[in-house]
Ligand binder design. Sequence first.
Ligand code: SF4
Ligand code: SF4
Length: 71
Amino acid sequence: MAKGRVSFQADRCKACGLCVEFCPKGVLGFDNHTINTMGYHPVILLDTDGCTGCGICGLMCPDLVIQVEKE
Ligand code: SF4
Ligand code: SF4
């Protein structure tokens, strides 16, 4: 299965959860150990092997936080 690489501009994440909800693989979640400059727990990739690079998270994010590359 295709693999993806996902990167985040963490300080722009407002933790709305849209990307987490719509990821078909369920591999996104909030980083409870980090607080960004806006005071939120930013989204991270919880399972690097589980991402297919489908790009849905990047499309869903209203704040252009997520960049997806397909490997
Ligand atoms: S690219 Fe697809 S599989 Fe990977 S984290 Fe985003 S929505 Fe999930
Ligand atoms: S959709 Fe964007 S702003 Fe919302 S939680 Fe995901 S990365 Fe953060």
